[in-house]
Design a protein around this ligand. Structure first.
Ligand code: URA
Length: 205
């Protein structure tokens, strides 16, 4: 008679250990995204900047930080005297998570399990780039970089902490600054980011 194939207990291990980012199925976000967006920058950059996840424009183009948040980051780099091309830029989560709002795709904060699933890729980037300093942009990045239990944005903001043999400097996420309605508060938040990047740079000296 016909034999019915029985899947081994850990069928399709490549699903758990994908070799290509765009083929990653470690969580479900790939289904709704155009493509995965990996990090970019010098292979041995001394500073690695970690954001949350690609936004609408990044999802379409396949490049990190090219939309409004990226434009704001460019202003921060300039004010801090840093060159974007010397920094490795990546995200805690590599697929865009969104919900429809009319014709627009509205960013949705990734769930902890999605951040954890994607940590696989951040670990690979950390192992190959070996940055001396990580700049975490906002709470999701901080949770991913130092582990959820220890992550308190309010306590870490603007500070350098030592974690697993490197420095982690936490600043606001650029999208937060774009959302602050009050000009004075916006200016203050921008300054926190600029000072954080200057602090990151000073840790290399
Ligand atoms: N926000 C992020 O955190 N990362 C991007 O790449 C774009 C927007």
């Amino acid at each position: 008679g016909a034999t019915i194939p029985i899947a081994p207990a850990d069928a399709q291990p490549e699903r758990q250990q994908p070799s290509k980012l765009d083929e990653c199925r470690r969580c479900d976000l790939w289904q709704y995204a155009t493509q995965a967006v990996g990090g970019e920058g010098p292979k041995k950059a001394q500073i690695m900047l970690v954001g949350e996840q690609p936004g609408d424009q990044e999802d379409l183009a396949g490049k990190a930080f090219i939309g409004p948040a990226g434009k704001l980051l460019d202003r921060v780099f300039e004010a801090a005297g840093l060159e974007r091309r010397e920094i490795y830029l990546t995200n805690a989560v590599k697929h865009f998570k969104w919900e429809p709002r009319g014709k627009r795709r509205l960013h949705k904060t990734p769930a902890q399990r999605e951040v954890e699933a994607c940590h696989y890729w951040l670990d690979k980037e950390l192992a190959s780039v070996k940055p001396k300093v990580i700049v975490a942009l906002g709470a999701t990045a901080l949770k991913s970089v130092i582990g959820n239990g220890n992550a308190k944005l309010g306590e870490s903001l603007g500070k350098a902490i030592r974690h697993e043999d490197r420095w982690v400097v936490t600043v606001y996420h650029p999208s937060y600054i774009l959302r602050v309605p009050d000009e004075e508060a916006k200016h203050q938040a921008f300054k926190v980011m600029v000072d954080g990047l200057k602090l990151a740079q000073s840790l290399l000296e």
